[in-house]
Every structure is written in C-alpha cells, then in structure tokens.
Design a protein around this ligand. Structure first.
Ligand SMILES: Cc1ncc(COP(=O)(O)O)c(C=O)c1O
Length: 412
C-alpha cells in the first residue's frame, strides 16, 4: 500500500503541474501579438550582421555594399591613426572597471575632457558613457517638477525622454518655429527654471536649428539652452567644432552636448560648459554616476580624431560640397528632399513605410545600404530614406549613389 502511495503521489503532482502550466497564462504571450501587429504595418525591425570594410563600405550576408547608413561622417572609424591610438591605450587594459565617480576616471578620461573643453572653447567638459546618457542625464540634472522644458518637435529621443523623465512641464514647439517658442516662453514666468533643448543638426531631417535666434530668446527669457551637437561636431565651423561655432553663438545661457560616436568615430558623449556646470553634473547626473566610465582605448581614439579634425579640415570641406552635389542631383531626378538640408544627412521623402522598405531593398540590390526610416522614428506619412555621406565614400561612392537613384528607382 505504502509503495503504491509513493509512486502515485509524484505521478499526480506531475499531471497537476503540467495542467497548471497549460492553463496559467504566460505573461509574455502579448509579445507575439504585438510583434505580429508591427509586421503587418511594415514596422518590424530585423537584426542583421554588418561587417565594416574600408572605403565607406560594409559587408552583409557576404556581399559588399556602399554604406550610406552610418554616422561615420569623416571616416575615422577605420582610420589607421585613430586605430593605432586605441591599440596603444589597450596595453593599459580594456575597460574602465568602474564608474568615473568611483575609480573609473583614468588619465585618458581627464586628458580627453581637457581636450574637449579646449575644442569647444569652454572652461570644462565632462564625459558620459553615450550621447544618449549625456542628453538624458543633463536634462534630469537641470530641471524638476517646478520647471519647464521647451523642446523642438523633431528633437532626438534622448532629449525628449530626458525632459519627460525630469518631471518638468513639457512643451513641444513646431520644428524651428521661433514665434511659437516665444509665445510659450511668454507664458512661463511662473516656473522656477526654463530650459530650451534642441538638436543643432537634426538627425532625421538634416537641417539646421536657428541657434542665434534660440540664444537670443533664451537670454530674453532667462532660459537655459541645451544644444545637442551630436551630428554637427567635426563637420561645421572653421575649426570643425559644430554649429555653435559656425553660427558664432557665444552665450552664458548655452550649454553644448556632443557625441564621440558619430564624426569622431568612437563612442560616448560629452557636455561642455562652465566649471560649475560640469561640477554640478559630476555630482548629480545619474547616467554618469551609476554607469561604468568609457573604455580607455575609446578615449584615446577620440583624442586622435579630435586632432585629425584640427589638422585635416579638407575632410569636412569635401563632405559639405559632396552633400550639395548629391542634393542637387537627386532633386533634379525629382526626388523629394526637404528644404534646409545642409551637411552629411540627406533625407529622401518616400511616404509610406512599405514604399520606403521597397526602395531600400532596391538600393541594396544595386549595392547600396541606405537606412529606411519609419514611424515611430519619424511622424506618420514622413517615412524616408536617410542617406548619410562619409568622407570615406570619396567621389566613387557619391557617383554610385547618384547613379543608383537615377537608373534603378523612380520617385513615388
Ligand atoms: C541628435 C542625437 N543626439 C544624441 C544621440 C545619441 O548619441 P549616442 O549614439 O552617442 O548615444 C543621437 C544618436 O543617434 C542623436 O542622433
């Protein structure tokens, strides 16, 4: 009897637990429905392996393509001088091993911060693990529930998310519309602090913020102005420091954010401003305080890139003139390129996500990788091919791009 009991109990337990498994809902079941819904709207994003190649090219599934989908505007990602600098630093270790606040701040970090401050013409600079973390952490350190943030409608997600997370009142003004911003500022007297945030070169539209007007409004309404120079660093201005330099903006109301991940060809973010501003971020910005510092070889690579920006202005000069040529050529082929495009980011408006993906696939068949940008990255109806030019493409790449648009595809 006892033997029967011992065998019977586990049997019953197994049956009951498998019954339970089949009847208790899996809390992750909704994921498949949501993914299927994205799929039917052509909004699902696949993952692919991309291998970087020399000359502005890459390899996908064993096939060599021109890469017009990255942000390596000056070709520093594979530059031998930049790589050698990273390799040298690698001898001292790979990672920083701790957050900068604890023990992660090495001489590589200190030197790079010093170099970035000189580059941007500010008293000080502070590094962050990414550009996203720089924007997000800075905004949250500057404003809270008694304050208000004014945000351009086309700003990068890191600015929008930082503003939302800060608990400050959040006002979005139409893209580059200074009258609308002024109207909002006029209504903001009751708030403790005001902060205007803007991209300087807009990442999906390739156009430029009116920084002089923004600064003048900031000064008039005693507002702070955060300018995200992510895509402008290395490209604009006589010294290549960005659009604040190009538009000759100097003001105590302005603080600049940048990334090391685009034209600088490495990784990480930085903020450049007064010493007290950087001290405040050092003490309060949680995205730096609670995150491991940048890997030292990355800091060394970024320093080498900064030097090249200084000594090789022909790279950015070529890039600007190549961009003008591409815009003119594509417009003459009747592709829709918005007004105001200036610099390496060239959006070609293609309407629906379906059409955008179709065109992107056609380009890929012709040997060109161009990003298909769809909602939620851009508003509904504004899907686009986002061409990004690099110095590494050279004349041959530019010619291949223009020809592919002319010969193999037609505007909607
Ligand atoms: C305008 C802008 N700001 C910030 C970021 C974030 O920079 P990072 O890639 O270094 O995190 C990006 C990235 O695409 C960007 O486009």
């Amino acid at each position: 009897m006892q033997v029967y009991f011992v065998c019977f109990v586990p049997f019953v337990v197994t049956i009951f637990s498998s019954l339970r498994e089949s009847t208790v809902a899996n809390p992750f079941n909704w994921l498949n429905d949501e993914l299927a819904s994205l799929e039917t709207r052509s909004l699902v994003r696949g993952r692919r392996e991309v291998q970087s190649l020399a000359g502005g090219c890459c390899q996908i599934d064993g096939r060599k393509l021109w890469n017009f989908a990255g942000n390596d505007y000056l070709g520093f990602v594979r530059d031998p001088v930049v790589i050698a600098a990273a390799q040298d630093a690698l001898n001292e270790g790979v990672g920083a091993g701790a957050s900068a606040l604890v023990t992660g701040r090495t001489h590589w970090h200190a030197e790079l911060e010093q170099r970035l401050a000189e580059f941007k013409g500010t008293e000080a600079a502070i590094l962050f693990p990414t550009g996203f973390a720089a924007n997000f952490g800075t905004i949250v350190s500057l404003v809270g529930s008694e304050d208000i943030v004014f945000c351009d409608r086309l700003n990068h997600a890191s600015l929008i998310d930082g503003a939302r997370h800060s608990k400050a009142r959040f006002r979005v003004y139409p893209h580059c519309n200074m009258n609308a911003l002024r109207t909002e500022l006029e209504k903001s007297a009751e708030f403790r602090r005001r902060l205007i945030v803007t991209d300087s070169l807009f990442s999906m539209d390739g156009d430029v913020a009116p920084l002089a007007e923004l600064t003048s409004l900031a000064e008039q309404f005693n507002s702070m102005l955060l300018v995200d120079e992510a895509h402008a660093t290395g490209i604009f201005g006589d010294r290549g420091t960005g659009l604040l330099e190009a538009q000759n903006v100097k003001s105590g109301n302005v603080v600049a954010v940048g990334t090391l991940s685009k034209a600088i060809g490495a990784q990480g973010g930085f903020v450049a401003g007064s010493q007290s501003f950087c001290d405040w971020l050092w003490n309060t910005a949680r995205t730096s305080m609670f995150s491991t510092a940048l890997a030292p070889p990355i800091c060394a690579a970024a320093q080498a890139s900064l030097k090249l920006i200084e000594t090789e202005p022909h790279r950015r000069e070529w890039l600007r003139s190549a961009s003008l040529r591409v815009v003119e050529a594509l417009r003459s082929q009747e592709w829709e390129i918005p007004d105001g495009v200036d610099g390496p980011i060239i959006p070609v408006l293609t309407g629906t996500p379906e059409n955008t993906i179709k065109l992107s696939k056609q380009l890929q068949q012709q040997g060109l990788l161009v990003a298909a940008i769809r909602p939620p990255t851009v508003p509904q109806g504004k899907s686009r091919l986002r061409i990004s030019l690099s110095h590494a493409h050279g004349e041959e790449g530019v010619e291949a791009l223009i020809q592919a648009f002319e010969k193999f595809m037609s505007p909607i």
